[in-house]
Design a protein around this ligand. Structure first.
Ligand code: ADP
Ligand code: ASP
Ligand code: MG
Length: 590
């Protein structure tokens, strides 16, 4: 008998009527001949309310007690939903995370799922019951209740679907699908019919709150088809699977409002030095993004990165205690910044996408303070008051409101084959959410150009990359960070055979900006580690840096995304770097 997992988010179970509505949807699925597991969130804003109660008592409640508290929200909903289903004359049984056997690690408030026991659920299903599972929660080895992080019920649902080998996972929410951007922010946003795992993973991790990004890691790893649909209507939703909707360069854009930028100033530029800090930040389970290391002058380098604003205090604590160890001068930080990103598989095949985005932002007179790019996403950091306007400019420049012209499904670079774990690979995983590396690559075709001391004002990146594109040069990695005293630093890579051309046009601009000659490295190698959910596994980038640093290899430009972390090193170190990384990650390879 087919098995489906349905998940109802907070607004979909906000009151008794809505709970009855969810009960009807579950019963309908049973009547259509399915076995059904329903995962629910806490009712409405219950989780926020519980957090605010704790905060009224203490500024720093312990994470263990927060999990005990927050998990109570879902426990109310499972019972009420089971009561509703029984009231409609059907059999149901509610289960907490512990009763199901959702085993997690012991990182309270950010726990990762290690395993899920399916026996008890299967027995109940075979007994004709609808199983109602509490989302967002699990239990650690010592029997403590844990939670998976805000929005984590999506992850519970997809993980259960994976463990039960469900035929489909339906996410019922307050929008009728995945949109090209948050429809509450941009009214013209369009619902997409399909979106690929990689695009959804990237969008979710860059701020599209519609799905918890870790749920998409599960979906991709275990090949779960996820349908996002409305709780309140029957219109078709969006399918998240191995395929993208079209070959357009950009599929969607996202805004992460609550970001903070940190910069470590004047770090002695020795292999691995600045990166030591990432070990500590990773240990604090803080996900860093937009990591930009400016190319050092006078043997010193500045390292900038962003973290969620909620993690700023913890990150500052880590940095303050490590300053002396790495010999950095000081830490600089900025709150009230926002990250606006464009994502699309099609961008891998097309040049000029970043340039188009910078131009759209510059036409609004908005300044970009940081830039990072990877194969399928471009992120820009802007000030918070400019955030929505930036998102709107990006959405409209890529005409995301229009149905894609080709309407053809484009496939991921690997030919539509999403590596789904089966048999041997699965049995090697000791934890369901463990890191999985698909490949490690070396690209020896690139040169790097760095422009420093350029004016930090609207339109600079746009002018630079337009001039370079007009010269027919396709740029690969781009990073920009805020330098000292209102100056910006931009590094980018170009194919070696067009280095001279790229340098010549760069120079026409640096003359104009009176910013000194471009610096360059004619032969850099790009080393990249590819996998699933790399950014959310906070320690991975650090392992990569450390492995290279231990081998005496200095890292220059860094680009991180959910599916790859890429760095440039001197070409002479490329092959050795590759071997070192292959050894380090051997046990994590598929
Ligand atoms: P639930 O409580 O059902 O989990 P969420 O509030 O977590 O619901 O997620 C749904 C919300 O996500 C929508 O109301 C919408 O405002 C927001 N959202 C952000 N980005 C997107 C997007 N790209 N597509 C659809 N919704 C989005
Ligand atoms: N109730 C939890 C939260 O509000 C989990 C969820 O809704 O997904 O974050
Ligand atoms: Mg949600």
């Amino acid at each position: 008998m087919p098995l489906i997992v349905q998940k109802f988010g907070g607004t979909s179970v906000a009151d008794p009527e809505k709970i009855k509505n969810a009960a009807r949807k579950a019963i309908r699925a049973v009547q259509a001949g399915n076995q059904v597991v329903v995962v629910v969130s806490a009712m409405g804003k219950t989780t926020d309310h519980l957090i605010s109660l704790a905060k009224q008592i203490s500024d720093r409640p312990s994470n263990r007690e927060m999990d005990m508290l927050m998990s109570s929200g879902e426990q109310v909903t499972i019972a009420l939903l089971a009561i509703a289903i029984e009231a409609f004359g059907h059999k149901a049984v509610s289960m907490t995370g512990a009763q199901i056997g959702i085993h997690t690690d012991n990182s309270f408030m950010k726990a990762r799922i290690k395993s899920i026991s399916t026996d008890r659920m299967k027995a109940a299903l075979n007994d004709g019951k609808i199983v109602i599972a509490a989302g967002f929660q699990g239990i650690d080895d010592d029997g403590n209740i844990t939670t998976l992080g805000r929005g984590g019920s999506d992850t519970s649902a997809v993980a259960l679907a994976a463990a039960l080998r469900a035929d489909e996972c339906e996410i019922y929410t307050d929008v009728d699908g995945v949109y090209t951007t948050d429809p509450r922010l941009i009214a013209e946003a369009r619902k997409v019919n399909r979106i690929s795992y990689d695009e959804m993973l990237e969008l979710a991790s860059l701020g599209a709150g519609v799905m918890h990004s870790r749920s998409i890691e599960f979906a991709k790893k275990f090949g779960v088809n996820v349908q996002v649909r409305s709780s309140f209507s029957d219109v078709p939703g969006s399918l998240i699977s191995g395929n993208s909707e079209s070959s357009a360069p950009v599929t969607g854009c996202a805004l992460a409002k609550n970001e903070a930028r940190l910069t470590l100033i004047a770090v002695p530029d020795k292999p691995g030095n600045a990166m030591k800090i990432f070990a500590k930040i990773a240990a604090a389970k803080v996900a860093t993004d937009m990591i930009v290391q400016n190319i050092g002058t006078d043997g010193k380098t500045d390292l900038s990165f962003t973290v969620p604003a909620a993690d700023l205090a913890a990150t500052l604590e880590v940095l303050e205690t490590s300053l002396a160890e790495v010999g950095a001068e000081r830490v600089d930080y900025e709150e009230n910044v926002a990250k606006v990103s464009a994502v699309g598989l099609g961008m891998e095949q097309q040049g000029g996408v970043a340039q188009k985005m910078f131009q759209a932002i510059s036409e609004k007179g908005i300044n970009i303070s940081m830039i990072t790019t990877s194969e399928i996403k471009i992120s820009t950091l802007v000030s918070l008051p400019d955030a929505t306007e930036t998102l709107r400019a990006v959405h409209s420049t890529f005409e995301l409101q229009k149905e894609p012209a080709d309407g053809v499904l484009s496939h991921p670079a690997n030919g539509g084959q999403v590596p789904t774990l089966t048999g041997q690979a699965l049995s090697r995983l000791s934890g369901m959410e463990e890191i999985l590396i698909e490949g490690i690559h070396l690209d020896r075709q690139q040169s790097r150009i760095t422009l420093s001391s350029i004016p930090d004002q609207p339109g600079i990146a746009s002018v630079l990359f337009k001039t370079i594109a007009d010269a027919g040069v396709v740029v690969d990695m781009i990073v920009q960070s805020c330098g000292k005293a209102g100056k910006a630093v931009i590094s980018f890579t170009v194919p070696r055979n067009v280095l001279d051309k790229a340098l010549a046009v760069s120079k026409t601009l640096t003359v104009q900006w009176k910013s000194g000659d471009p610096k360059y490295n004619p032969a850099v190698a790009i080393l990249s580690v590819r996998g699933t959910g790399l950014r959310s596994h906070t320690g991975l980038a650090y392992r990569m840096f450390k492995t290279l640093a231990d081998g005496g290899i200095n890292v220059n430009v860094i680009s991180t995304s959910e599916r790859s972390i890429a760095i440039t090193v001197d070409d002479a170190n490329g092959s050795r770097g590759l071997e070192l990384l292959k050894t380090e990650f051997a046990k994590d390879m598929i």
